[in-house]
Design a protein. Sequence first.
Length: 174
Amino acid sequence: MVSLPEELQAREAAARQRVEELQAEAVEMAARLERARADLSRLEIRRETVMEVLAELSAADVAPEVEAHDAPEPRETPAPHGIGVMAVPPWREGLAGVLPDVYRDIVEIVADAPGPLQAKQIVPRIGLEATTAKIEGTRGKLKRLVERGWLDENMPGRFTLARHAGDAGHVNSR
């Protein structure tokens, strides 16, 4: 017959071994998680870069045609090289489709709103947590859209859809 202290020691040794096995699994899972996060980050950066390049190329393709008698003298334009790519082109009629998804979503939300919106009101509508960092990041995007003529900021921090000559309504592209 086994004594009680010996039985408790055996159970303790088995529990200790199980803990060590689980710790080893946790270390392996943490390493796998870190690799997966790195892969995700690289894919996000690639997608964002492709969207920026496509937006620039689309903006160049949709450039308004100038009548021959108004045309300035031809100049050589450098080939696009990806450095300094403009993700948000200046507003021009028919360009809503070239905006990156998050910017297009912001423009659509502002266009559908009955009045001016603040960044903190837009953040949850584009699917982000209402944290200070997300609100400030969105505010930067809103300011960029104002600079490029997509939105207006008539009152500080309150954004509306920019009105352009000939606007018939919303800029929705979907």
